[in-house]
Ligand binder design. Sequence first.
Ligand code: SF4
Length: 476
Amino acid sequence: MNKKIYLFGELVENYVDHPIIKPSINACAMTYELSQQPEHEELLTATSSLTGEKINRFTHLHQSSEDLVKKVKMQRLLGQKTGCCFQRCVGFDGFNAVDSVTYDMDAELGTEYNKRFRSYLKYVQENDLIVDGAMTDPKGNRKLAPAQQADLDMFVRIIERRDDGIVVRGSKVHQTGAINSHEILVMPTQTMREEDKDYAVCFAIPADAEGIIYIYGRQSCDTRKMEQTEIDVGNAMFGGQEAVIIFDDLFVPWERVFMAGEYKYSGVLVERFAGYHRQSYGGCKSGVGDVLIGAAQAIARLQGLEGVNHIKDKLIEMIHLNETIYSCGIACSAEGKPTASGTYLIDLMLANICKLNVTRNPYEISRLAQDIAGGILATLPSEKDFNSTAVGHFLEKYLKGSADFSTEDRFRLQRLIENLTLGTGAVGYLTESMHGAGSPQAQRIMIGRLANLNHKEQIAKDLAGVKQKQEVKIEK
Ligand code: SF4
């Protein structure tokens, strides 16, 4: 595709072969590769509710709670295979949210957004496309609504309505896998008021349309990928990707527009999309957690600490934390219910609990992995020194662990743990766990809203024999 991508201040001519970008493409490619393997067919493919054809699950509208459970299992598998963010879930979650919300809009407003959206999704399914789900706006001053900002472009907005479509301006930030996507599905980032109606906009556009500019996001230690070494990168084959997208007065034809001013529906779209992506983290992050736990056990073995009690204890704690994340992902899926459109929605409370655990558990798992790995994790000389004729033999001799294993294997495992807890992989495993699909406070707000604390108070009062009832209405 002919995309305008900037990295290190320069326009990138051949982005598919760029050493910093290529591993992220490999990670996306795994979503295709596994779908072709018979043993993974059940998780990676589905039967389209729109055409009856076999499709990649990443383009599917969930038709049952079983579909929701399979999604989480698929994401765990992909996390295990890549050890990073494989980027394709954001658009997937966007499809399911946009489908049910546009269905509700059409039923209440008499619009045709759902029909348009489903015909677009058929095109995506038939061509097995990757779609970037673009939600997060820069937001400027967080205390101010979109129309109150000093710069009115801090949220993506409609600047012109024409007979054939709309013209939009603005930016989406932290865009996971944007450059590896065929299409971009833009959604509003928060609840909008009437004054903000030009910001209540949802549409899809080819990722190389005129008027789109990408600026590649840096990751800690990313230039190691340009050193032409393999071990020092830690996870040389795979990596995540983030970018800033600029919509520089982009034209979108009406057949690709799914919301244009219906501000009352922006909040529910954000809530459903965020709920699906908070579910997603129960899958992908537990898969990456499996890799880190495996690396910690392997490095313990290589360093002669196999079977030592405190190491076993730490590994068990890591497993407990990792399976907690996964359990939440499975639970919110198993408790999924159909929306009016027929598309299944996860249990929002449990999805938010899932993501709140994800903002913490990978950090503790990483701390334990670093504890097991030892200080050499942060002091290891470079791969070029290891290969040098002058000093390589010293490193080979003095940095050897258990005599049964090679020094190189010790180097490799230390670098993988470094990647996941300090390097490019930590962007996906740690910071993305904190802020992706919404920062922790966003989950706390949802948990507070959904908890029905008055009901809990009343059942306690009933048991204690307190006569005074709650004045507020008690929901089930
Ligand atoms: Fe998928 Fe996880 Fe990456 Fe989100 S963070 S796109 S759920 S792999």
